[in-house]
Write a protein of this length. Structure first.
Length: 262
């Protein structure tokens, strides 16, 4: 499998496929400019990238590089100043508020550095929250939240509150919450930033399992050792793509022999 190529912006609206590989995230000349008093600050400067279905990609850069801004745009949490963003073949700027809310709730799962858990409620209820927003009935909510917590090996901690869990366990609850609506894409913004090295490796191993199960993983980090868990690293500097390389893990995946036919 060849390393994905970053293409120049296209003026066409063709279906975003490269051969038989579906492009699920595509940005074309993406800019984000903030007004800071009388000055304009460009956080992103014409970013062009493509991420394919079931890729495991790290977006890496120093503080202030624009990587978190790019993650917010990919997650439909913010809008670009100019340029285009295509998600699973849909031009995001053409979607209405209801469609954007549905994508954020059902097609993308978010994992944040600070966990973002409700402190006074159980792990089970924290994981149920996206299902409440999507209108799932109570019995289905409980069943799916339990299954998500079991998927991250927290089946015995479902009634614990966040202050009764370790940092790694709280991040597992956050990952379970990201999984509960069965999204195809997981966006993880510095998911190990508040964890020790041992727990960080456990969380990265869990993300690898999710990739093996078919999820597209997009990870934002400033740490080289964390980025090396991904199969491809997009380097962001000064709001632009400064590099796009495959990691040793990516090479190993690309060189795997094909699975035997049934």
């Amino acid at each position: 499998m060849a390393t994905p190529t970053i293409h120049q912006p296209s003026t066409t609206t063709a279906t975003p496929y490269a051969g038989d590989r579906e492009v699920v995230i595509r940005t074309e000349n993406l800019w984000k400019i903030y007004q800071m008093g009388s000055e304009q600050v460009a956080a992103l400067r014409g970013v062009n990238l493509q991420i394919y279905r079931n890729e495991y990609v790290a977006i890496m850069g120093p503080s202030g590089s624009g990587k978190s801004t790019l993650m917010n745009l990919i997650g439909c949490l913010d809008s670009p100043t100019r340029g285009e963003y295509w998600l699973s073949g849909h031009l995001v700027s053409a979607l209405d508020d209801d469609e954007l809310a549905r994508i954020r709730n059902q097609e993308i799962g978010f994992v944040f550095q600070t966990f973002n858990l409700l402190p006074r409620t159980s792990a089970l209820h924290n994981v149920e929250l996206p299902l409440i927003y999507s209108g799932a009935p109570p019995a289905e909510r409980t069943e799916r939240a339990m299954a998500a917590l079991q998927q991250v090996d927290l089946g015995s901690r479902v009634h614990h509150k966040p202050n009764e869990l370790s940092g790694g366990q709280r991040q597992r609850v956050a990952i379970a919450r990201a999984l509960v609506n069965r999204p195809s894409i997981i966006l993880a913004d510095e998911p190990t930033g508040n964890l020790d090295s041992t727990t960080s490796n456990e969380i990265m191993a869990l993300l690898e399992v999710l990739w093996e199960r078919g999820n597209t993983i997009v990870l934002v980090t400033h740490e080289h050792d964390i980025a090396e868990h991904a199969h491809r690293v997009i380097h962001i500097r000064d709001g632009q793509v400064a590099g796009d390389t495959r990691t040793r893990r990516g090479d190993a995946v690309a060189n795997r022999p094909p699975a035997p036919s049934a």
